[in-house]
Ligand binder design. Sequence first.
Ligand code: SF4
Ligand code: SF4
Length: 457
Amino acid sequence: MIIVIRIIANSLFNSVGNIMELKTFKHGIHPEYYKELTQDLATVPMPLPKQIIIPLQQHIGVPCQPAVQVKDEVRVGDIVGNSEAFVSSPVHTSMSGVVKKVEPYPHPGGAMVNSVIIEANEQDQSFPPKKEQREAASYSAEDIRTAVRKAGLVGLGGAGFPTHVKLTPPKDKPIDTVVINAAECEPYLTSDHRMILEQPEEVIYGTQLIMKAVGAKKGYIGIEANKPNALEILRPLLSAADQIELLALEVKYPQGAEKMLIKAAVNREVPAGGLPMDVGVNVNNVTGAVAVAKAVRDGLPVLERIVTVTGKGIREPKNVLVRVGTPIKEVIEFCGGFTPSARKIILGGPMMGIAQTTLDVPVIKATGGILILTDEEISELKPHTCIHCGKCVHACPMGLIPSKLGALVERELYEKLPEYNVNDCMECGCCVYVCPAKRPMVHWIKVGKAVLRSRKK
Ligand code: SF4
Ligand code: SF4
Protein backbone atom coordinates (compact mmCIF):
# COMPACT_ATOMS: atom_id res chain seq x y z
CA MET A 1 0.00 0.00 0.00
CA ILE A 2 2.78 2.40 1.00
CA ILE A 3 4.64 1.57 -2.22
CA VAL A 4 1.57 2.36 -4.35
CA ILE A 5 1.08 5.73 -2.62
CA ARG A 6 4.74 6.61 -3.20
CA ILE A 7 4.50 5.80 -6.91
CA ILE A 8 1.45 8.03 -7.28
CA ALA A 9 3.13 10.84 -5.33
CA ASN A 10 6.10 10.75 -7.68
CA SER A 11 4.16 10.45 -10.89
CA LEU A 12 1.27 11.78 -12.88
CA PHE A 13 -1.27 10.05 -15.05
CA ASN A 14 -1.02 11.03 -18.70
CA SER A 15 -4.04 11.51 -20.97
CA VAL A 16 -4.43 7.79 -21.69
CA GLY A 17 -4.13 6.80 -18.07
CA ASN A 18 -0.52 5.64 -18.07
CA ILE A 19 1.75 6.74 -15.27
CA MET A 20 4.40 9.31 -16.29
CA GLU A 21 7.48 9.41 -14.09
CA LEU A 22 8.18 12.91 -12.87
CA LYS A 23 11.60 14.34 -13.74
CA THR A 24 13.66 16.22 -11.19
CA PHE A 25 17.12 16.94 -9.72
CA LYS A 26 18.93 16.12 -6.48
CA HIS A 27 18.38 18.08 -3.24
CA GLY A 28 16.14 21.19 -3.16
CA ILE A 29 13.21 21.88 -0.86
CA HIS A 30 9.44 21.56 -0.61
CA PRO A 31 8.10 24.88 0.69
CA GLU A 32 4.40 25.71 1.12
CA TYR A 33 3.20 26.90 -2.30
CA TYR A 34 0.07 29.01 -1.66
CA LYS A 35 -0.74 28.93 -5.37
CA GLU A 36 -4.41 28.27 -4.60
CA LEU A 37 -4.79 32.00 -3.89
CA THR A 38 -4.67 32.82 -7.63
CA GLN A 39 -4.12 29.72 -9.79
CA ASP A 40 -7.78 29.40 -10.81
CA LEU A 41 -8.36 33.12 -11.37
CA ALA A 42 -8.51 34.15 -15.04
CA THR A 43 -6.35 37.15 -15.91
CA VAL A 44 -8.15 40.49 -15.70
CA PRO A 45 -6.97 43.57 -17.60
CA MET A 46 -6.22 46.65 -15.52
CA PRO A 47 -7.57 50.06 -16.53
CA LEU A 48 -4.95 52.22 -18.22
CA PRO A 49 -2.83 54.28 -15.84
CA LYS A 50 -2.61 58.06 -16.27
CA GLN A 51 1.17 57.97 -16.22
CA ILE A 52 3.82 55.34 -16.89
CA ILE A 53 7.50 55.15 -15.95
CA ILE A 54 9.76 53.36 -18.42
CA PRO A 55 13.21 52.65 -16.91
CA LEU A 56 16.00 52.82 -19.50
CA GLN A 57 17.48 49.66 -18.04
CA GLN A 58 15.23 46.63 -17.72
CA HIS A 59 17.86 44.11 -18.72
CA ILE A 60 21.32 42.77 -17.93
CA GLY A 61 23.86 44.68 -20.06
CA VAL A 62 24.42 48.21 -21.31
CA PRO A 63 21.69 50.69 -20.28
CA CYS A 64 19.70 52.43 -23.05
CA GLN A 65 20.11 56.09 -23.90
CA PRO A 66 16.90 58.12 -24.15
CA ALA A 67 15.49 58.20 -27.70
CA VAL A 68 12.93 60.92 -26.84
CA GLN A 69 12.92 64.36 -25.23
CA VAL A 70 10.59 66.16 -22.86
CA LYS A 71 7.37 67.29 -24.65
CA ASP A 72 7.73 64.68 -27.44
CA GLU A 73 4.49 62.92 -28.39
CA VAL A 74 4.79 59.12 -28.44
CA ARG A 75 2.48 56.37 -29.64
CA VAL A 76 1.99 52.87 -28.19
CA GLY A 77 5.00 50.74 -29.12
CA ASP A 78 7.42 53.59 -29.98
CA ILE A 79 11.02 53.08 -28.88
CA VAL A 80 11.86 55.53 -26.07
CA GLY A 81 15.33 54.20 -25.22
CA ASN A 82 17.94 52.30 -27.19
CA SER A 83 21.61 51.33 -27.36
CA GLU A 84 23.99 50.21 -30.11
CA ALA A 85 25.60 47.64 -27.76
CA PHE A 86 24.92 43.98 -28.57
CA VAL A 87 24.16 43.08 -24.95
CA SER A 88 21.36 45.57 -24.45
CA SER A 89 17.67 45.77 -25.27
CA PRO A 90 15.48 48.70 -26.41
CA VAL A 91 12.58 49.93 -24.30
CA HIS A 92 9.19 51.02 -25.65
CA THR A 93 6.27 53.05 -24.42
CA SER A 94 3.26 50.93 -23.54
CA MET A 95 0.93 53.91 -23.92
CA SER A 96 0.40 56.87 -26.23
CA GLY A 97 1.10 60.20 -24.57
CA VAL A 98 3.54 63.01 -23.96
CA VAL A 99 7.01 62.71 -22.43
CA LYS A 100 6.93 64.69 -19.18
CA LYS A 101 10.37 63.98 -17.76
CA VAL A 102 13.53 61.96 -18.35
CA GLU A 103 15.16 61.56 -14.98
CA PRO A 104 16.34 59.02 -12.36
CA TYR A 105 13.42 57.19 -10.76
CA PRO A 106 13.12 54.32 -8.22
CA HIS A 107 13.61 50.96 -9.96
CA PRO A 108 12.44 47.53 -8.69
CA GLY A 109 16.12 46.48 -8.46
CA GLY A 110 16.63 48.99 -5.65
CA ALA A 111 18.67 51.69 -7.43
CA MET A 112 17.63 54.98 -9.04
CA VAL A 113 17.56 54.40 -12.81
CA ASN A 114 17.21 56.97 -15.58
CA SER A 115 13.60 56.67 -16.76
CA VAL A 116 11.18 58.15 -19.30
CA ILE A 117 7.98 59.37 -17.65
CA ILE A 118 5.00 59.57 -19.99
CA GLU A 119 1.57 61.06 -19.36
CA ALA A 120 -1.28 59.44 -21.28
CA ASN A 121 -3.24 61.49 -23.83
CA GLU A 122 -6.37 60.95 -25.89
CA GLN A 123 -4.60 59.14 -28.76
CA ASP A 124 -5.26 55.51 -29.68
CA GLN A 125 -4.04 53.26 -26.85
CA SER A 126 -4.56 49.92 -28.65
CA PHE A 127 -1.89 47.50 -29.86
CA PRO A 128 -1.39 46.48 -33.52
CA PRO A 129 -3.73 43.63 -34.50
CA LYS A 130 -2.54 40.01 -34.65
CA LYS A 131 -1.11 39.18 -38.10
CA GLU A 132 -1.57 36.01 -40.11
CA GLN A 133 0.58 33.22 -38.72
CA ARG A 134 3.33 31.75 -40.95
CA GLU A 135 4.99 28.39 -40.33
CA ALA A 136 7.87 28.83 -37.88
CA ALA A 137 10.11 27.06 -40.42
CA SER A 138 9.47 29.79 -43.01
CA TYR A 139 11.51 32.32 -40.98
CA SER A 140 15.30 32.39 -41.03
CA ALA A 141 17.16 32.34 -37.71
CA GLU A 142 18.30 35.89 -38.47
CA ASP A 143 14.69 37.07 -39.08
CA ILE A 144 13.72 35.74 -35.66
CA ARG A 145 16.69 37.29 -33.84
CA THR A 146 16.13 40.67 -35.54
CA ALA A 147 12.44 40.73 -34.62
CA VAL A 148 13.23 39.71 -31.05
CA ARG A 149 15.84 42.42 -30.62
CA LYS A 150 13.60 45.09 -32.15
CA ALA A 151 10.81 44.10 -29.77
CA GLY A 152 13.10 44.47 -26.74
CA LEU A 153 12.61 40.95 -25.42
CA VAL A 154 14.50 40.01 -22.27
CA GLY A 155 14.24 36.99 -19.97
CA LEU A 156 10.76 37.41 -18.55
CA GLY A 157 11.28 34.91 -15.74
CA GLY A 158 13.20 37.44 -13.65
CA ALA A 159 16.83 37.85 -14.76
CA GLY A 160 16.23 40.12 -17.76
CA PHE A 161 18.99 38.78 -20.01
CA PRO A 162 18.46 40.06 -23.61
CA THR A 163 16.73 37.28 -25.58
CA HIS A 164 18.41 38.03 -28.94
CA VAL A 165 21.80 37.38 -27.28
CA LYS A 166 20.54 34.07 -25.93
CA LEU A 167 19.29 33.17 -29.41
CA THR A 168 22.76 33.81 -30.90
CA PRO A 169 24.88 30.89 -29.68
CA PRO A 170 28.55 30.96 -30.74
CA LYS A 171 29.42 28.65 -33.67
CA ASP A 172 31.53 26.39 -31.43
CA LYS A 173 28.57 25.79 -29.09
CA PRO A 174 25.95 24.03 -31.24
CA ILE A 175 22.51 23.77 -29.63
CA ASP A 176 20.52 20.58 -30.10
CA THR A 177 17.80 21.12 -27.49
CA VAL A 178 15.51 23.91 -26.34
CA VAL A 179 13.93 23.65 -22.89
CA ILE A 180 11.00 25.91 -22.08
CA ASN A 181 10.81 26.65 -18.39
CA ALA A 182 7.17 26.46 -17.40
CA ALA A 183 7.92 25.01 -13.96
CA GLU A 184 6.99 28.19 -12.07
CA CYS A 185 8.50 26.69 -8.93
CA GLU A 186 8.46 29.91 -6.84
CA PRO A 187 5.68 29.75 -4.24
CA TYR A 188 2.64 32.02 -4.74
CA LEU A 189 3.30 32.93 -8.42
CA THR A 190 0.81 31.80 -11.07
CA SER A 191 1.35 34.20 -13.99
CA ASP A 192 3.17 31.62 -16.15
CA HIS A 193 0.48 29.05 -15.35
CA ARG A 194 -2.27 31.45 -16.47
CA MET A 195 -0.28 32.30 -19.61
CA ILE A 196 -0.25 28.61 -20.61
CA LEU A 197 -3.96 28.16 -19.92
CA GLU A 198 -4.98 31.34 -21.70
CA GLN A 199 -2.56 31.36 -24.67
CA PRO A 200 -1.51 27.72 -25.25
CA GLU A 201 -1.11 28.06 -29.05
CA GLU A 202 1.33 30.93 -28.55
CA VAL A 203 3.42 28.76 -26.19
CA ILE A 204 3.86 26.12 -28.90
CA TYR A 205 4.48 28.65 -31.69
CA GLY A 206 7.05 30.53 -29.59
CA THR A 207 8.83 27.25 -28.79
CA GLN A 208 8.98 26.37 -32.51
CA LEU A 209 10.44 29.80 -33.33
CA ILE A 210 13.10 29.53 -30.59
CA MET A 211 14.06 26.06 -31.86
CA LYS A 212 14.40 27.49 -35.38
CA ALA A 213 16.48 30.44 -34.16
CA VAL A 214 19.08 28.29 -32.37
CA GLY A 215 18.96 25.33 -34.77
CA ALA A 216 17.66 22.83 -32.17
CA LYS A 217 15.98 19.66 -33.39
CA LYS A 218 14.33 18.85 -30.06
CA GLY A 219 12.22 20.90 -27.65
CA TYR A 220 10.85 20.23 -24.17
CA ILE A 221 8.29 22.16 -22.18
CA GLY A 222 8.83 21.45 -18.47
CA ILE A 223 5.82 21.93 -16.19
CA GLU A 224 5.58 21.03 -12.50
CA ALA A 225 3.01 18.33 -11.79
CA ASN A 226 0.92 20.69 -9.64
CA LYS A 227 -0.40 22.21 -12.90
CA PRO A 228 -2.07 19.18 -14.57
CA ASN A 229 -4.48 21.43 -16.51
CA ALA A 230 -1.49 23.18 -18.15
CA LEU A 231 -0.14 19.80 -19.30
CA GLU A 232 -3.61 18.81 -20.51
CA ILE A 233 -4.23 21.96 -22.54
CA LEU A 234 -0.89 21.75 -24.37
CA ARG A 235 -0.89 18.01 -25.09
CA PRO A 236 -3.47 17.99 -27.94
CA LEU A 237 -1.73 20.94 -29.64
CA LEU A 238 1.47 18.97 -30.23
CA SER A 239 2.07 16.81 -33.26
CA ALA A 240 4.88 14.29 -33.72
CA ALA A 241 6.36 16.56 -36.40
CA ASP A 242 6.93 19.33 -33.85
CA GLN A 243 9.62 17.36 -32.03
CA ILE A 244 8.38 19.04 -28.84
CA GLU A 245 7.74 16.95 -25.73
CA LEU A 246 5.93 17.85 -22.54
CA LEU A 247 7.75 17.04 -19.33
CA ALA A 248 5.92 16.60 -16.05
CA LEU A 249 8.32 17.74 -13.34
CA GLU A 250 8.35 16.90 -9.65
CA VAL A 251 7.06 19.76 -7.51
CA LYS A 252 10.26 20.89 -5.88
CA TYR A 253 12.08 24.20 -5.49
CA PRO A 254 14.16 25.38 -7.47
CA GLN A 255 12.95 23.11 -10.28
CA GLY A 256 12.85 26.06 -12.70
CA ALA A 257 16.51 27.06 -12.21
CA GLU A 258 18.30 26.54 -15.54
CA LYS A 259 20.78 23.94 -14.33
CA MET A 260 18.12 21.96 -12.45
CA LEU A 261 15.76 22.04 -15.40
CA ILE A 262 18.46 20.81 -17.81
CA LYS A 263 19.34 17.97 -15.46
CA ALA A 264 15.69 16.97 -15.20
CA ALA A 265 14.94 17.32 -18.93
CA VAL A 266 17.99 15.84 -20.65
CA ASN A 267 20.15 14.53 -17.79
CA ARG A 268 23.08 16.80 -18.66
CA GLU A 269 25.13 18.68 -16.08
CA VAL A 270 26.20 22.24 -16.80
CA PRO A 271 29.83 22.46 -15.60
CA ALA A 272 30.78 24.77 -12.71
CA GLY A 273 30.97 28.32 -14.04
CA GLY A 274 29.44 27.16 -17.34
CA LEU A 275 26.29 28.02 -19.26
CA PRO A 276 23.49 25.87 -20.74
CA MET A 277 25.05 26.25 -24.22
CA ASP A 278 28.10 24.35 -22.91
CA VAL A 279 25.89 21.25 -22.90
CA GLY A 280 24.01 22.10 -26.12
CA VAL A 281 20.89 23.45 -24.44
CA ASN A 282 19.00 26.75 -24.68
CA VAL A 283 16.55 27.55 -21.87
CA ASN A 284 13.77 30.14 -22.12
CA ASN A 285 10.89 31.01 -19.85
CA VAL A 286 7.36 30.17 -21.08
CA THR A 287 6.17 33.79 -20.93
CA GLY A 288 9.27 34.66 -22.96
CA ALA A 289 8.31 32.04 -25.57
CA VAL A 290 4.89 33.69 -25.94
CA ALA A 291 6.60 37.08 -26.31
CA VAL A 292 8.81 35.62 -29.08
CA ALA A 293 5.69 34.42 -30.93
CA LYS A 294 4.14 37.91 -30.79
CA ALA A 295 7.37 39.73 -31.64
CA VAL A 296 8.07 37.62 -34.73
CA ARG A 297 4.51 37.27 -36.05
CA ASP A 298 3.06 40.68 -35.08
CA GLY A 299 6.12 42.86 -34.46
CA LEU A 300 4.77 43.42 -30.94
CA PRO A 301 7.16 44.56 -28.18
CA VAL A 302 6.64 43.63 -24.51
CA LEU A 303 4.05 46.29 -23.72
CA GLU A 304 2.06 44.44 -21.10
CA ARG A 305 2.39 41.33 -18.98
CA ILE A 306 0.49 39.13 -16.57
CA VAL A 307 1.37 39.94 -12.95
CA THR A 308 0.25 37.76 -10.04
CA VAL A 309 -0.76 40.03 -7.15
CA THR A 310 -0.98 37.80 -4.12
CA GLY A 311 -0.22 37.03 -0.47
CA LYS A 312 -2.26 37.40 2.68
CA GLY A 313 -1.49 41.14 2.71
CA ILE A 314 -3.63 41.96 -0.35
CA ARG A 315 -7.43 42.14 -0.14
CA GLU A 316 -8.24 40.66 -3.56
CA PRO A 317 -5.49 38.45 -4.97
CA LYS A 318 -5.61 38.46 -8.79
CA ASN A 319 -3.74 37.73 -11.99
CA VAL A 320 -3.69 41.11 -13.67
CA LEU A 321 -2.77 42.16 -17.22
CA VAL A 322 -0.71 45.31 -16.65
CA ARG A 323 0.93 47.77 -19.05
CA VAL A 324 4.69 47.92 -18.51
CA GLY A 325 5.52 51.13 -16.63
CA THR A 326 2.41 51.12 -14.41
CA PRO A 327 3.31 52.10 -10.82
CA ILE A 328 2.84 49.11 -8.47
CA LYS A 329 0.81 51.39 -6.17
CA GLU A 330 -1.97 51.43 -8.80
CA VAL A 331 -1.82 47.67 -9.31
CA ILE A 332 -2.20 47.17 -5.55
CA GLU A 333 -5.18 49.58 -5.46
CA PHE A 334 -6.77 47.64 -8.36
CA CYS A 335 -6.56 44.54 -6.15
CA GLY A 336 -8.43 46.17 -3.27
CA GLY A 337 -5.39 47.53 -1.42
CA PHE A 338 -3.56 46.15 1.62
CA THR A 339 -5.06 44.18 4.49
CA PRO A 340 -4.42 45.69 7.97
CA SER A 341 -1.60 43.22 8.70
CA ALA A 342 0.30 43.81 5.39
CA ARG A 343 3.95 44.26 6.18
CA LYS A 344 6.32 43.51 3.31
CA ILE A 345 6.17 44.02 -0.49
CA ILE A 346 8.22 41.75 -2.72
CA LEU A 347 8.48 41.95 -6.50
CA GLY A 348 8.70 38.33 -7.64
CA GLY A 349 8.36 35.29 -5.42
CA PRO A 350 9.29 34.88 -1.75
CA MET A 351 12.48 32.91 -2.50
CA MET A 352 14.23 35.09 -5.09
CA GLY A 353 12.09 38.23 -5.30
CA ILE A 354 13.29 41.68 -4.26
CA ALA A 355 11.80 43.49 -1.24
CA GLN A 356 10.61 47.01 -2.05
CA THR A 357 10.89 50.15 0.02
CA THR A 358 8.59 52.35 -2.10
CA LEU A 359 5.30 51.88 -3.95
CA ASP A 360 6.44 54.27 -6.68
CA VAL A 361 8.41 51.61 -8.59
CA PRO A 362 6.87 50.57 -11.92
CA VAL A 363 6.04 47.13 -13.29
CA ILE A 364 8.88 46.30 -15.69
CA LYS A 365 9.17 43.64 -18.40
CA ALA A 366 10.43 41.01 -15.92
CA THR A 367 7.83 41.64 -13.17
CA GLY A 368 5.83 38.43 -12.81
CA GLY A 369 4.48 38.96 -9.31
CA ILE A 370 3.73 41.42 -6.54
CA LEU A 371 3.68 39.59 -3.23
CA ILE A 372 2.35 41.22 -0.06
CA LEU A 373 3.30 39.35 3.10
CA THR A 374 1.79 39.89 6.54
CA ASP A 375 3.30 40.04 10.03
CA GLU A 376 2.51 36.39 10.62
CA GLU A 377 4.27 35.31 7.40
CA ILE A 378 7.49 37.12 8.19
CA SER A 379 9.75 35.42 10.66
CA GLU A 380 11.06 37.80 13.29
CA LEU A 381 13.72 35.43 14.60
CA LYS A 382 17.21 36.90 14.81
CA PRO A 383 20.07 34.79 13.40
CA HIS A 384 21.79 32.46 15.86
CA THR A 385 25.08 30.63 15.90
CA CYS A 386 25.31 27.75 13.42
CA ILE A 387 24.47 24.46 15.12
CA HIS A 388 26.16 22.41 12.36
CA CYS A 389 23.01 20.47 11.61
CA GLY A 390 23.93 20.12 7.91
CA LYS A 391 20.41 20.90 6.68
CA CYS A 392 21.65 23.68 4.38
CA VAL A 393 24.18 21.32 2.76
CA HIS A 394 21.50 18.75 2.14
CA ALA A 395 19.14 21.34 0.61
CA CYS A 396 21.65 23.07 -1.68
CA PRO A 397 20.91 22.01 -5.29
CA MET A 398 24.39 23.17 -6.37
CA GLY A 399 26.20 20.85 -3.95
CA LEU A 400 27.77 23.76 -2.03
CA ILE A 401 28.41 24.16 1.70
CA PRO A 402 26.28 27.23 2.48
CA SER A 403 27.17 27.23 6.20
CA LYS A 404 30.87 27.50 5.30
CA LEU A 405 30.31 30.25 2.73
CA GLY A 406 28.30 32.25 5.26
CA ALA A 407 30.90 31.77 8.00
CA LEU A 408 33.74 32.91 5.68
CA VAL A 409 31.92 36.12 4.84
CA GLU A 410 31.04 36.71 8.50
CA ARG A 411 34.76 36.48 9.33
CA GLU A 412 35.67 38.56 6.24
CA LEU A 413 37.82 35.74 4.80
CA TYR A 414 36.70 36.65 1.27
CA GLU A 415 39.83 35.28 -0.45
CA LYS A 416 38.82 31.75 0.61
CA LEU A 417 35.35 31.94 -1.01
CA PRO A 418 36.45 30.74 -4.50
CA GLU A 419 37.79 27.50 -2.92
CA TYR A 420 34.18 26.82 -1.94
CA ASN A 421 32.80 27.73 -5.41
CA VAL A 422 30.90 30.78 -4.24
CA ASN A 423 30.14 31.84 -7.82
CA ASP A 424 28.17 28.64 -8.42
CA CYS A 425 25.60 29.85 -5.89
CA MET A 426 22.44 30.89 -7.76
CA GLU A 427 21.02 32.62 -4.67
CA CYS A 428 17.98 30.35 -4.66
CA GLY A 429 17.46 30.64 -0.90
CA CYS A 430 16.99 26.90 -0.18
CA CYS A 431 19.69 27.04 2.52
CA VAL A 432 18.06 29.94 4.35
CA TYR A 433 14.65 28.31 4.12
CA VAL A 434 15.79 25.16 5.97
CA CYS A 435 18.20 26.76 8.47
CA PRO A 436 16.89 26.39 12.04
CA ALA A 437 19.27 29.16 13.19
CA LYS A 438 17.81 31.57 10.59
CA ARG A 439 21.25 32.42 9.27
CA PRO A 440 21.06 34.80 6.25
CA MET A 441 23.37 32.86 3.95
CA VAL A 442 22.09 34.41 0.70
CA HIS A 443 22.74 37.91 2.01
CA TRP A 444 26.26 36.93 3.07
CA ILE A 445 26.95 35.19 -0.24
CA LYS A 446 25.82 38.27 -2.20
CA VAL A 447 28.14 40.41 -0.08
CA GLY A 448 31.02 37.97 -0.63
CA LYS A 449 30.51 37.92 -4.42
CA ALA A 450 30.35 41.73 -4.52
CA VAL A 451 33.62 42.02 -2.56
CA LEU A 452 35.36 39.57 -4.92
CA ARG A 453 34.05 41.50 -7.95
CA SER A 454 35.29 44.82 -6.54
CA ARG A 455 38.73 43.31 -5.86
CA LYS A 456 39.01 42.18 -9.51
CA LYS A 457 38.58 45.76 -10.81
S1 SF4 B 1 24.28 28.19 -1.26
FE1 SF4 B 1 23.32 29.26 -2.97
S2 SF4 B 1 22.71 27.66 -4.40
FE2 SF4 B 1 23.10 26.68 -2.42
S3 SF4 B 1 21.08 26.64 -1.41
FE3 SF4 B 1 22.10 28.50 -0.72
S4 SF4 B 1 21.40 30.06 -2.12
FE4 SF4 B 1 20.92 28.10 -3.11
S1 SF4 C 1 21.30 24.86 8.28
FE1 SF4 C 1 21.94 26.64 9.48
S2 SF4 C 1 22.46 25.82 11.48
FE2 SF4 C 1 22.38 24.06 10.08
S3 SF4 C 1 24.51 23.83 9.33
FE3 SF4 C 1 23.46 25.17 7.88
S4 SF4 C 1 23.92 27.23 8.65
FE4 SF4 C 1 24.35 25.86 10.33
